[in-house]
Design a binder for this molecule. Sequence first.
Ligand code: GUN
Length: 293
Amino acid sequence: MTLIDGKATAATIKAEIAARVEEIIAAGGKRPHLAAILVGHDGGSETYVANKVKACEVCGFKSSLIRFEDDVTEAELLAKVKELNEDDDVDGFIVQLPLPRHISEQKVIEAIDYRKDVDGFHPINVGRMAIGLPCFISATPKGILELLQRYGVETRGKKCVILGRSNIVGKPMAQLMMQKQYGDATVTVCHSHSTHLKEECREADIIIAAIGQPDFVTADMVKPGACVIDVGTTRVADPTRKSGFRLNGDVKFDEVAPLCSYITPVPGGVGPMTICMLMLNTLLAGERSIYAR
Ligand code: GUN
């Protein structure tokens, strides 16, 4: 069994990005610039955004953090999005989700210039991804593809079962795993209403679990030799930790791991790759690699 080390892989990729940035600077180019909009003071979002800003430093990017209080109006937020769209110094930006209930997340996402949408959430990027055109691919599915590729996990022609059909993981993951230029696999998507979910999993060469139910995938669901990717990061109470919680994956790691050819741990598997892929998208935005502006 090979443990897929997302933390180490992410560190390697960030070093590769930093080296590329120095090449750009040496050639007289501009430092990539990522801006992040954070609304309110949600603990999880604060941590995510702080880690994104930190990753920018590691990669040699310029970063800007723009904060609003919870009572910001939708119009004010949309005005800031417009300003960032028009700011030539900003290569890419994100609006950290979730947003307060009085603001339409979809409206905000659609207001972002798709050429600066390094989260890959704009319908133009989602649509282009679905038909295999160059685009910004969202961070979690992109990070999983990168791990599979860097660890040499064979996906072509393999049976891949994806657990979960969310817009940010399950659906894009299924699109990418089926496409010839990425996974080239035979893909099955299972969800809360799938009747033969266990049987489907037992046939899979690759399982990608993204349902947000701790310890959902058990040993009886995994074919010996399968590759198991765990996207789950549910916070469960743990009084022995200083934070009061720990992150629990969707896979019952201790009993599943011995069966696997490859498996990702939680934490330290898919998680660290997501911010790293946001950095890669920002580099691509800075280089105008996908869209000219
Ligand atoms: N909230 C949780 N994950 C994400 C993400 O990848 N991007 C944004 N913008 N918000 C998030």
